[in-house]
Write a protein that binds this ligand. Structure first.
Ligand SMILES: [Zn+2]
Length: 67
């Protein structure tokens, strides 16, 4: 699955702490934990509704970027 380029800032608050939302049940390993700790990835849960946002702002929790 190809993602569009990650936005540099949140459209709502302008924070640069934008994480890619990962859906499904991820396999936890050191790489994934590091990415979550670094704020690169946020877990979106296992339920995919079809129009889920791609990105989550870690500052204001705003989710954006429909596929
Ligand atoms: Zn924000």
């Amino acid at each position: 699955m190809k993602r569009p380029d990650k936005p540099k800032t949140c459209p709502k608050c302008g924070s640069a702490k934008v994480a890619a939302i990962l859906y499904g049940l991820p396999v936890f390993n050191d790489d994934l934990e590091r990415a979550i700790d670094a704020g690169e990835i946020a877990l979106g849960g296992c339920c995919i509704m079809g129009d889920d946002p791609l990105w989550r702002c870690l500052e204001c929790k705003h989710e954006f970027g429909k596929r």
